[in-house]
Design a protein around this ligand. Structure first.
Ligand code: SAH
Ligand code: F3S
Length: 430
């Protein structure tokens, strides 16, 4: 059986697709590069914003034209499957089966489903951690994702993730260490530990900070993690980032909004002052840290004055980069049930543009401050403009392009920053 697997959304989905690839290959399936070549098309989907969900709908309608000329099954996996459940089968007659994020062990049975029999597997399972399964990772990539926890218990009022990925659960630390050891043997130079609130990790009395030290003992040169939640940061984590040579000096700490009242209605669990204090401690304890964030504009009831608090907090924290979103009401969340989506679309757009403009200014300054300094870069890809170009990331997760007529792929090299572009830095070897 030939399977085409397409992935949308966050890194967690990317990692889940590696597991799906492993399960499929174990079943004797072959992964193919185009939907036209496939017997089964699988979309691993995202429902965090309405736009992401609509993209999937559009893609299914487009792919369903293949059904006119081929015998091909279409399956929807991931968060959209979990969020819409059987309604998805009603609204998209072209879809043959759906499976939520906790149902992937049943994928082989779904593939064998009889024509016309449409199945929906959408039960959340608070113990599923996908231990002991093979995975299929891209070859030659020096970086790998390692899931350390699944689900989320925070219930931020805007967020659909707790509904689609279920209760928070941490993987046994020993399995995380073993997986990293294996990756080291396969040549990996960097792991990114994944979870919705990674610093809430706990297994067998091992905290997130202790996990960082244990993963570092495997000898992997670089460790990253995403995303920590501001309220769980303890001094021992900051110490691990500052002191443990393997742990990169990069903290992606979602802010969402800079006004305490908005944060309370988002049910984030911290005030503006709390966030500022944590950011101050991070910058103080980890001198070369890159601090990045997520921001949502136009949350229900957000006034102009409250929005300006987000801008001023961005300046105070001097974020190095960020992801910025317009609030999108998600059916089933507390906010969508209780707070009218009352910030007009044009106003959300205007606020988004202001946030992006301010961040690009902050990013430009933070990039320019790197000029003339030396950094360690892990090269993960070829550059797009010419055969001698190589792209890598600094420990602080800044993208750097260097020129070399020898392949640098997978190497950690020293570069001096000589210039900056809009998103990337230019480096010179040595
Ligand atoms: N675990 C992360 C968030 C995961 S969702 C955390 O600690 O906060 C990724 C990002 O999507 C969030 O940080 C938020 O900025 C954004 N997001 C989530 N729900 C959203 C919604 N309904 N509308 C707009 N953006 C949203
Ligand atoms: Fe979502 Fe909040 Fe968890 S943003 S993933 S509910 S920490």
């Amino acid at each position: 059986m030939k399977v085409f697997l397409e992935t949308y959304g966050c890194q967690m989905n990317v990692r889940d697709s590696e597991l799906l690839g492993g399960i499929l290959r174990q079943e004797g399936c072959r992964l193919v590069d185009t939907p036209e070549a496939a017997d089964v098309i699988l979309l691993n989907t995202c429902s965090v914003r309405e736009h992401a969900e609509q993209r999937v709908m559009g893609r299914v309608r487009q792919l369903s034209s293949l059904k006119k000329t081929h015998t091909v099954k279409i399956g929807i996996l991931g968060c959209v499957a979990q969020h819409l459940g059987e309604n998805l089968l009603d609204s998209l007659p072209e879809v043959d089966f759906i499976a939520g994020p906790d149902s992937y062990r049943s994928l082989p049975e779904l593939l064998c489903s009889v024509d016309g029999e449409r199945t929906a597997l959408c039960r959340l399972d608070k113990t599923e951690l996908y231990e002991g399964l093979p995975s299929y990772r891209p070859e030659n990539s020096p970086s790998a994702f390692v899931t350390i926890m699944r689900g989320c218990d925070r219930m931020c009022t805007f967020c659909v993730v707790p509904l689609t990925r279920g209760r928070e659960r941490s993987r046994p630390w020993q399995n995380i260490v073993d997986e990293t050891k294996q990756l080291v043997q396969q040549g990996a130079k960097e792991v990114t530990l994944l979870g919705q609130t990674v610093n809430a990790y706990r297994n067998d009395d091992v905290s997130f900070a202790q996990l960082l030290w244990k993963v570092a003992e495997t000898g992997i040169p670089r460790i990253r993690f995403t995303s920590p939640h501001p309220i769980y940061f303890q001094d021992e984590e900051l110490e691990a980032i500052a002191e443990c040579p393997g742990v990169c000096e990069w903290v992606h700490m979602p802010l969402q909004a800079g006004n305490t009242e908005v944060l309370a209605r988002m049910r984030r669990g911290y005030s503006r002052e709390d966030y500022l204090e944590i950011a101050r401690r991070i910058r103080e304890r980890i001198p070369r840290v890159t601090l990045t964030t997520d921001i949502v504009v136009g949350f229900p009831g957000e006034t102009e004055v409250q929005f300006e608090d987000t801008l001023s907090l961005m300046k105070e924290c001097d974020f190095d980069a960020g992801y910025h979103f317009k609030y999108s009401p998600r059916p089933g969340t507390y906010a969508s049930r209780h707070f009218p989506d009352d910030v007009p679309q044009e106003e959300k757009q205007r606020r988004l543009e202001q946030v992006i403009l301010l961040q690009s200014e902050l990013t430009r300054r933070s990039n320019e401050a790197m000029i003339g300094h030396s950094f360690e870069i892990l090269i993960h890809d070829r550059g797009k403009r010419g055969p001698d170009q190589w792209v890598g990331r600094s420990r602080g997760n800044k993208m750097v392009v260097v020129e070399s007529n020898k392949s640098l792929l997978g190497n950690i090299i020293g570069v001096t920053i000589v210039g900056t572009g809009r998103w990337t830095l230019r480096g010179q070897l040595g």
